[in-house]
Structure formats: C-alpha cells, structure tokens
Design a binder for this molecule. Structure first.
Ligand SMILES: [Zn+2]
Length: 271
C-alpha cells in the first residue's frame, strides 16, 4: 500500500513534468508561426509619420548570430534548468544546455533571440541577446566543470562557429558582458583550456614576467579595448579578473593584472 502511494506520487510527478514540456512545445510552435507570418510583410510602412514605399526584394536570408555567451545555470540539475527555461513566467531561456555528463539539449532555434544575456554590452555591441547564441552549463557555481561537459562545449563551439562564421574571439562569458550584475560562468570555468582549443582570447603567459609597462599604458583604455563596459570601473575589473586572473579575484588591478591587460591587447591587435 505504501509503495502504491509512492508510485502514485511518482506518476503524478512524471505526468506533471511531461505536461510542462507539452505546454512549452505548443507555445514554441505557435510563437514561431506568428514570427514567420510577420516576416511575410515589410513593417512598418510608416516611420515617424513619414510614409515609406514598399517594393519587395527577393534576395534575403535570416540574420546570423555573431557571438556566443557562456553561462552556468546556478541550479542543481539539468531537469531543473529545462523546467526553468520551459516555463513562461520565468522569462529566461537559452539556446543550449549542457549537463554534467555532457548531454547537449537545444531549447531554441539558433536564429531566435534567446533571453539569456539581459542588459549587456561588449565593445560597441549592446543587447547581446540580439546577436548571440546562449550556452548554459549545468553547474551550481561552486563545483568544478566536468570533463565531459567542457569536451562537448568545445565540440558545440566548433560546430556553431563554423556554421555561422562566428569569430573565435567572440566567445565570451555572461559576467564579461554584464559586469556588476552577473558572475557566471564561475571562477572555476576553464577559459584557458577553451583558448587552447582556439575559442575566446587568452594571453601569452610566457611573456608575463618580461613585460615592461610603459608609463603611458592606460589600463582602463585596455579594458575597454578588450570589450568591457567601463562605466563602473570596479565592476569591469572584477569581471576581467574573474575571466583572466580568478585566483586573485578583487575589484582592483595589480601589476600582474595590468601586464595581462597589456598582453591581451597585444593578442587582439594581432587578429
Ligand atoms: Zn548567465
């Protein structure tokens, strides 16, 4: 009898979760259909009360993503993340979720604007959601990222950058594009390993000791040149260190950080 009770609860949970995904699947198709229909017409035909003439061209395709933003989910399991992104009231989503065991799940078509980056900027690009693919890594923020997860992340990056011709340096973290607001992926994320596979940017560590900083070297300008929004300098420094010097995390720049900035600038100028 007791087991029967547990079985009923288990079945209820299973049917409940199935129901959540059925609702989101129907809603996804409906919204995609409305979007598709809206593309049939050139809108608006007026702009600030000035009428714009419409003559349709037949040469077009969909816009392509140009950045990839990496996140950690800050949740306890992939199931929890799927539910978060499937439910309407959460108002958040991502194109891909990669679980601890390496399982890759796609939740949005790459061409759709996901809701993962929020208020964000990188170099002169504002609104990263409009130009990026979001990849969420199942991680609670305190555990290391698994080998299988990073391996499949690199596999996914290889495929997406090739498919959409995304510049390899345009693989960035949520914290990079939203300083002061976001701190993911965590300090344990292996940016250096990613860079060794050709994704994102890194600096030549062998040069670190020999760098002689010119007195005119402007570290704030270097942060901005790399891409950080420097409107709040301390926040920008914290995000920079989270990415490039996470073992000495703070919101002030040390001599070593300035040298890293100098070397990063050097790397970017080579591109
Ligand atoms: Zn995030």
């Amino acid at each position: 009898m007791r087991y029967f009770k547990y079985l009923v609860i288990l079945l209820a949970l299973v049917s409940c979760s199935k129901d959540i995904y059925r609702v989101s699947k129907t809603s996804y198709k409906k919204q995609a259909k409305v979007l598709g229909k809206s593309l049939k017409y050139i809108q608006p035909d007026t702009l600030n009360n000035k009428v714009i003439t419409v003559i349709e061209s037949q040469n077009f395709s969909l816009r392509k993503p140009n950045f990839i933003v990496i996140h950690h989910t800050d949740q306890d399991s992939c199931e929890e993340t799927y539910r978060t992104f499937a439910l309407k009231q959460t108002q958040v989503s991502s194109h891909y979720v990669i679980c601890d065991d390496g399982t890759v799940t796609q939740m949005l078509n790459d061409m759709l604007r996901g809701w993962h980056a929020g208020n964000s900027s990188w170099r002169s690009v504002t609104d990263l959601n409009s130009v990026s693919i979001g990849i969420e890594l199942d991680n609670d923020g305190e555990e290391p990222f698994s080998y299988a997860q990073i391996n499949n992340l690199i596999w996914l990056l290889e495929n997406l950058t090739e498919k959409y011709n995304i510049p390899k340096q345009n693989i960035i973290g949520h914290a990079d594009v939203a300083p002061g607001r976001k701190t993911d992926p965590s300090a344990l994320f292996p940016w250096k390993i990613l860079a060794e596979s050709g994704f994102g940017i890194w600096y030549d560590e062998t040069k670190l000791d020999s760098v002689k900083l010119d007195e005119n070297f402007n570290s704030t300008k270097a942060l901005s040149f790399i891409g950080y929004n420097i409107s709040n300098l301390e926040n920008a420094i914290y995000s920079f260190k989270l990415h490039f010097n996470p073992t000495e995390l703070s919101d002030t720049l040390t001599e070593k950080d300035k040298k890293i900035l100098y070397l990063l600038e050097e790397e970017l100028l080579k591109l």
